[in-house]
Design a protein around this ligand. Structure first.
Ligand code: AMP
Ligand code: MG
Length: 417
């Protein structure tokens, strides 16, 4: 028996998440040009086929010398050539000689150190140079293979590709990388009350906001999105939209029609199309309690609730981790960090985890701080829009100002993260 005020039959949040994660499968990998691979996950280890640097070169503008010649500095050497980056070294440098050299140029034969130009004085119209301080062996020389050597594992499979990874791949001569591609995600709104765009609202109508939030959330999660529009509360319309979507998408998000209302045709249709795999849940979380998940023709379908805040939070709790698992992310879940509550975040015990929309910020003391971003009802989208985190309040009476609170960080708005 649930205590008074608690819903019966609630599915714990972690159990609903585990169900999603157990049914989502990693997408097959494919080769993509490096400049289209940002944010994707490497499907195969990147192994160096060559060394970087591939030849000994100078890290400084200056003079390539034989270090032994400089031990009695100050000492004047004869300049026997100039070596620019990209040029093939032409001279063999003998005792008492030096070559003027530019950053990135190959070390001339016979030299074993570079003296930076700031430590030298040129003389006799550039035909000599006085080295003012002794050089050590190897000074300012970039050794071959110092960054990577042939056969070395450069990046492991599972690495999320950031700008530096792509530069490194290019530096190794890779034009394409084998990655898990972005999931193609269709987003469908359902409801007779919904209209699109700026036209006049007839009584009872509202404008579809969920689809636009969800399309953007999916894009930020690294997905390629397909706008499936609005389906009316009509079995045929919903069935046609979902059937079309699963034929061309890796996952489908619907919003609306998953609660316990009377005209929830989404249920009828998804139950039929999913051949009974659809689980209709009341999750022990607030907002985002109603949630459905199953597969249609092997394609994961996330039935998100209709209330605008609930649909966004449900995306965060269930769809995003599932989609990121499909895209090979080793860490599909958002980071949960410790923060200080700057104000009371009160709640009442009801058997659910409450996810409170908060603004997360650095407090100037090196710690994260949170405060409510506004009204917490599930139709109040403005506070969700202004939030960059969800404070996680386990069942109980909440936290008081000054206490620690766990926060799921959604974005780095205001430089928080
Ligand atoms: P439902 O789950 O279909 O019963 O919808 C719950 C609430 O969310 C109702 O107030 C709907 O009007 C609202 N709603 C459903 N879909 C959308 C949408 N796409 N955009 C904005 N509000 C919606
Ligand atoms: Mg509806």
């Amino acid at each position: 028996m649930s205590p008074p005020g608690h819903d019966t039959g609630l599915v714990p949040l972690t159990e609903a998440q585990a169900l999603v994660m157990s049914r989502c499968r990693r997408l097959p990998s494919r080769s993509v040009p490096i400049d289209q691979a940002l944010g994707a996950v490497l499907a195969e280890p990147l192994v160096a086929g060559e060394a970087i640097p591939s030849f000994a070169n100078t890290a400084m503008d200056g003079y390539a010398v034989r270090f032994a010649d400089t031990l009695s500095a100050p000492v004047t050497l004869q300049v026997v050539g100039t070596q620019a980056a990209g040029a093939v070294p032409g001279v063999e440098v003998g005792p008492g000689q030096a070559v003027r050299i530019m950053t990135g140029a190959a070390m001339p034969a016979g030299t074993d150190a570079v003296v930076m130009v700031e430590r030298t004085v040129a003389g006799d119209e550039g035909r000599t140079v006085t080295v003012q301080a002794a050089a050590g062996p190897g000074d300012h020389i970039r050794r071959p293979g110092e960054d990577v050597s042939p056969g070395q594992l450069v990046f492991a499979a599972g690495t999320r590709l950031e700008p530096g990874h792509l530069g490194m791949a290019a530096g190794l001569g890779c034009e394409a990388l084998q990655v898990i591609p972005p999931a193609r995600v269709g987003v469908l709104s359902t409801g007779d009350e919904l209209i699109e765009g700026s036209g006049p609202l007839r009584p009872g109508q509202i404008r579809d906001s969920n689809r636009h939030s969800l399309l953007a959330q999916a894009r930020l999660a690294g997905c390629e999105v397909v706008d499936l529009g609005i389906a009316t509360d009509d079995e045929q319309a919903i069935a046609a939209a979902v059937t079309g979507a699963v034929a061309s998408c890796d996952a489908v998000l619907t919003s609306g029609g998953v609660s316990v209302g009377d005209f929830d045709y989404v249920k009828v249709v998804l139950d039929r199309l999913s051949e009974g795999t659809m689980r209709w849940m009341q999750v022990a979380v607030r907002p985002a309690k109603p949630f459905a998940f199953g597969t249609v023709g092997g394609v994961p379908v996330f039935g998100l609730p209709g209330n605008p805040v609930s649909s966004m939070v449900s995306f965060e709790c269930f769809a995003r981790p599932g989609l990121r698992l499909m895209m090979g992310h080793p860490q599909p879940f958002r980071p949960h960090l410790r923060a200080v509550a700057d104000e009371n975040l009160a709640r009442r015990p009801d058997g659910k985890v409450h996810l409170v929309r908060v603004i997360v910020d650095w407090g100037g003391d090196g710690r994260l701080h949170v405060r409510s971003s506004g009204g917490q009802e599930s139709h109040l989208l403005r506070a969700m829009a202004n939030a960059n985190g969800l404070a996680v309040l386990p069942d109980g009476s909440g936290v008081v100002a000054g206490q620690d609170v766990e926060v799921m960080v959604l974005s780095g708005a205001d430089g928080a993260c």
